[in-house]
Design a protein around this ligand. Structure first.
Ligand SMILES: *Cc1c(COP(=O)(O)O)cnc(C)c1O
Length: 359
């Protein structure tokens, strides 16, 4: 008898731990606040809920694989041609499409670190080699990123504002950087938090790509539009890029319900952006209170704050859990805390206050 054999898998999978569902933190008195995933604290608007319910009546049918109505609505809203738009199953889905469309042995992708957690995993799965450039003062070091570009570099991510630090790069630095990137290397500007930006010097990526043949702008319905549970994201770029990226779309992966909800959300944009404004106000309040408590908090243009706690990160995260507040810890580095409702933010600030003496 031959020795026992088992199916062979890609070696990269051995580096990943299987997904473990996060335990929802709950305090002794039963409170539970989720400030770990940068979600909108608001439930869907009535008009969006109605669109979701109506779409629910049609789910015996496949979704429109071309996402025609959604692409039309996105193009109309942002004043771009439909051929410039590609949608995916969340922005994570679009990111996967991008990486798969450049991924082959030897290809490199450059991104800042720490930045969005999905970049390394999706790069590995696409067979692309990651080149990580450390943040400087919690911000992208664009000069250093341009310096590592070589013949093998196929793609560069710039996350603006950056997740998890909330920091931004402004127009002059960004344009100077774009000018240094060769035209055969795709620049991906991840603007998942664009709607929360108030710094007038941060450009709207959609105003930058028209004369750049290698710039793709990413947006999502998960954050400001409050549809994280439905999975819709999109890219805007020159038609050649959009056409290539669309080829990597996992068929039917943006559901019929998700497409309908995204279209309805664009129609209700005014109301949604009022909610964003409330979150921005809360963000400023939360940061001011933290600064007064003695924390160092980088200026943030997103819907979260970043506390660089170093070795104290897991202790702080445990203190938050005990009080029923889930935050997002990165062991040895820091914790990202989403801006929630005023009540949720107050609960977090009370923990931060009590903890500030113990740092
Ligand atoms: C949340 C987030 C995304 C993607 O979100 P989806 O829910 O997949 O649309 C993409 N980029 C960054 C930086 C994010 O924080």
């Amino acid at each position: 008898m031959s020795e026992q054999r088992s199916p062979r898998f890609r070696s990269v999978l051995d580096e990943y731990v299987a997904y473990k569902p996060g335990k929802v933190a709950r305090s002794a008195d039963g409170r539970s606040y989720k400030l770990s995933s940068n979600e909108s604290p608001y439930g869907p608007l009535p008009s969006v809920r109605d669109a979701i319910a109506d779409a629910g009546g049609l789910v015996n049918r496949y979704p429109d694989n071309g996402c025609t109505a959604l692409i039309e609505a996105i193009a109309a809203r942002y004043g771009v041609p439909e051929e410039h738009v590609a949608v995916g199953c969340g922005l994570v889905g679009v990111t996967q499409m991008l990486l798969e469309s450049v991924g082959e042995p030897g290809a490199e992708v450059v991104y800042a670190w720490r930045s969005f957690e999905a970049y390394p995993t999706l790069a590995d799965l696409a067979g692309v080699t990651s080149v990580r450039v450390p943040l400087t003062e919690e911000t992208h070091d664009l000069a250093a990123m341009a310096d590592v570009i070589n013949d093998r570099t196929r793609m560069i991510f710039v996350c603006n504002p950056n997740n998890p630090t909330g920091t931004i790069v402004r127009r002059p630095e960004l344009e100077a950087f774009f000018d240094r990137v060769p035209e055969d290397c795709l620049i991906v500007l991840d603007e998942a938090y664009h709607e929360y930006v108030r710094d007038a010097e941060v450009p709207d990526g959609l105003t930058l790509y028209a004369d750049r043949p290698n710039l793709a702008i990413l947006r999502t319905f998960s954050k400001a539009y409050g549809l994280a549970g439905l999975r819709v994201g999109f890219m805007v770029a020159q038609p050649r890029i959009a056409e290539q990226i669309r080829k990597t779309y996992l068929p039917f992966s943006v559901s019929l319900v998700a497409q309908a909800a995204a279209v309805a959300s664009l129609k209700a944009e005014g109301e949604l952006l009022e909610r964003v404004e409330a979150t921005v106000k809360e963000r400023e309040r939360v940061r001011d209170v933290l600064l007064r408590q003695g924390w160092a908090v980088p200026p943030t243009e997103a819907n979260f704050v970043w506390l660089r706690l170093g070795e104290g990160t897991m202790g702080f995260s445990a203190a938050c859990d005990a009080a029923g507040v889930s935050v997002r810890p990165f062991p040895g580095e820091g914790a990202r805390v989403s801006i929630g409702s005023p009540e949720e933010n107050d609960a977090f600030l009370a923990i931060a206050e009590a903890y500030s003496g113990r740092r």
